[in-house]
Design a protein around this ligand. Sequence first.
Ligand code: PGA
Length: 252
Amino acid sequence: MRKPLIAANWKMFKTPAEAIAFIHSFVPLIQSHRRTDVVLCPAMTSLAAAHTAVTDTHIHIGAQTMHWLDSGAYTGETSPPMVKALGCSHVLIGHSERRQYFNETDETVNLKLKAALAHHIIPIVCVGEQHAEREAGHTASVLKRQVAAALVGVAPNEAAPLVIAYEPVWAIGTGLTATPEIAEEAHKIIRTQVAASLNSAIAASTRILYGGSVKPENAASLCCLEDIDGALVGGASLDPHSFAQIILNSAP
Ligand code: PGA
């Protein structure tokens, strides 16, 4: 059985004080809910404050990206040991906005994934097709390429914590969502590729999240189907009530 995981991607929103205020309102709303792993991914500057604020709760903290090297002359970057020292147990890797605006490639996603596993940080690797790729009938080949490239050189016996997020780029921040059928089909393609790249036992235990305009109203139909093991939520995770409602609706 795969335990559902729901992660909040706060992108470039919330100062440390705002992150703390969110957590103080959010914690009581999901206090008795233990059926889902909950991860908050604040901006780098709010990680330390968020980590302190979730002390004595079951909420985990994740970074939105990191470099793959331990240290070096890379102005503006944050290394895996630094992310860990800030209290992160998880890290988002290869979000489509990083791929689109910050030169993230299949190769850097692979380097970051291997670094996360080496440092015992749970990687949430984001994949997903663009609108034109879907229209051209290339969804399956894009997903297979992204997953296969992310997993190059990953040893099956080290890959156990792997989480993948399927985020169709056309559904992010647009209000458009994949139908449950579209998402299920994509998740099956991803799981089959994980089995081909690693093995079927890892594929069966890998959690695959859906992301793209998840809201309280569609959480029940999108977050937890046979092959959908949770959600990565952007806009609707910025408000504590709406994010809590997504968690409660997805796994009642
Ligand atoms: P959205 O973002 O929920 O605002 O569509 C999802 C994401 O970018 O992870």
